[in-house]
Structure formats: C-alpha cells, structure tokens
Ligand binder design. Structure first.
Ligand SMILES: [Fe+2]
Length: 330
C-alpha cells in the first residue's frame, strides 16, 4: 500500500465549540470534489463511547432494525460463527472481542436508534452548510451516521461508495488512502455502472494506481472527507479503532447515479455511452428514466439508489426461479 505520498493537513484551525474545524478555503474549494483532512471535537462525547454505541445497537435491534448491526470475527459473520446466539448478545460479544484479532462491527444509521444522534447529525449538517457558505441542506436526500468498531490491523479493501463522507476517528488510529474521484483512468465508467447496478465490489484496484492515492493518517480528533465515488482503502493501526462516519446523499449525486444506471442498460444493448457530465441534456433524460421506475418515497439509502435496478432485475429473477421450479419469493 502506498506511503510515499502521505498528506499532512495544513492551516487547520482549532475551534473546540465547533463539531468540525478546517481551513475554510480548502473546505469550500474541495468539498465533494477532492479528499481533505479536518478536525472534529467529539472524541470525548458520551454519544460515542463503547457502552453507548452498544446501547445504540441494542436499541436498533429492539426497534426491529437488527439489520443495521453487523459484526464479524475472523473471516466469518458473527451470525454464522456464533450460531443461535441472540443478536443482542452478539453486540456484547463483538464489543468484548474488539481487542482480539480480526473483529469488526458496524452500527449503521445511529440516527435511527435515538433522537440524540439525530440532533447531533443535524448540528453537524448545519455546520457543514455554514462552512460552505452556500445551500447544502436543501440538496440532501439522505443523511446517516454509522459507527465502525474494529480490532488492531483490520483493513477494508479498495472500494467506492455513493455518498459524500466524513470519516471521523474517535479512538485508535488508521490510515485511509483516497483517490481522486474525477479520474476515469483509475475508475473507468464501466466499473461505476456495474457498481450502481448492484455489484458493490465493481471498482478494481490496479497496481499502476499505487501512487495516485493520498494517504491520510487519522488519529482521535481528526477526520477525512472523501467525496462520492472516491476509491479508498482503510487500515487500522495497532490499537482497536472506533470511527464514526457521517454520510450524505444529494440530489446531484443521486441523479448522476441514475444516469450511470441508464448507461449500464444502454451499454448492455451495445450502445456506446459518454461519461456523465459531458452531455447534460442526455444525462437528464437518462436520469429521469430510472427515477421514474424508482421507489417514490424511499425509506433507506438502498431504496433511494437501488430500487430502480431492483425493479428491472425482478422479472429476470422471477423467470430464473420459475425455470428452476422454485416458488416465487414473496
Ligand atoms: Fe467506504
């Protein structure tokens, strides 16, 4: 993994009252375009201690949202490895094991667990808009806060995400390498199209990309912004790590996703497609076509971005089941 192009933050200003602090010019210029580092002030917040995060996971399970909690130990899902253990006990077990090797747990959508997290996310969103000095909130289609709790040395391989992300380190250290999302050389259109049609590992890491990424060393109180579709990998230091990620979907990136989904279908029909952005008129028509078949009032990120492709794929899935003689899924 590349190390010779490590990036150090410059001119970061400290403001303990603010949730985030960052060089204002960098923030305005690079937000949603390029990765950059910033500081955050919630290392000592009671909202992000291990017992509080465990309680949030339990709250989600109690509310029937157990799918928001995921844990793994070694190479296995905890659900598989620990058999019949109730999910609430898995939370306690996952937290206990975090000092051991290869434990990993994720509590998604903390803001669905408890109004305190909603309040926090709202304050952070307002501050992002204030730092930007232009409207941001009105463009948000989905906002979410997720906690990652993992063992020393645990790594996340190179991948892309749809959302605009602020990955904030609360405990322990990690290295995050982020690539320029605008480089179609690193990330070709066909990989993005496949990603948006449901292949989450479509983005491929290639050896010749080694020196194209910026490595950010995160310590408690620091954060990195990585824009939508910026390829990245993550590696923990030699202590357990707790990170919190604040992610945002916006009207702009959602419509670009729908354009990519249309392009995936048109390319399947043998029609060559231009990179979204080069022909705004056609991009708009293609985005409208997918938006028209997507779920009207999406209740989750999954529904917001992937309900269109799911509906397109549904008849093929049904046909496959019928051919195999299995009853159709409800
Ligand atoms: Fe990611």
């Amino acid at each position: 993994m590349p190390k010779d192009n490590e990036f150090s933050p410059q001119n970061i200003t400290q403001d303990q009252k603010a949730i985030f602090s960052c060089d204002a010019e960098v923030f305005r210029k690079d937000f949603t375009k390029l990765p950059f580092m910033l500081n955050h002030s919630f290392v000592d917040s009671q909202l992000f201690t291990l017992p509080r995060l465990a309680r949030a996971a339990e709250q989600l399970i109690e509310q029937g949202r157990g799918h928001r909690f995921m844990a793994r130990q070694g190479q296995n899902d905890i659900g598989a490895g620990w058999g019949a253990m109730p999910t609430v006990k898995q939370v306690a077990k996952a937290i206990e094991s975090i000092g051991e090797q290869n434990s990993w747990m994720k509590v998604s959508a903390l803001n669905e667990a408890d109004p305190e997290y909603v309040e926090f996310l709202d304050a952070a969103t307002q501050q992002i808009e204030d730092m930007l000095g232009r409207p941001f909130r009105e463009n948000i289609t989905h906002a979410q806060m997720t906690a990652f709790i993992s063992s020393p040395g645990v790594a996340a391989p190179y991948h892309i995400d749809h959302e605009e992300n602020f990955l904030c380190q609360v405990y322990g250290e990690k290295e995050v390498c982020v690539y320029d999302p605008s480089s179609r050389e690193n990330l070709p259109d066909n990989e993005i199209e496949r990603f948006y049609f449901g292949k989450i590992d479509a983005a491929q890491y290639r050896k010749d990309m080694d020196h194209h990424g910026k490595v950010f060393h995160l310590t408690p109180g620091t954060a990195v912004h990585h824009p939508s579709l910026a390829g990245h990998w993550v590696k923990n230091g030699d202590q357990p790590s707790v990170s919190v990620s604040l992610v945002f979907c916006t009207k702009q990136i959602d419509r670009r996703a729908y354009t990519y989904q249309s392009n995936f279908l048109l390319r399947k029909m043998g029609l060559r497609q231009k990179t979204p952005g080069t022909s705004p008129h056609w991009d708009g028509l293609k985005a409208n076509a997918i938006h028209a078949i997507s779920k009207r009032n999406p209740q989750s990120y999954q529904e917001l971005i992937f309900s269109g492709p799911s509906r397109i794929k549904a008849p093929a899935r049904l046909a496959k089941r019928l051919i195999k003689g299995a009853p159709p899924a409800n």
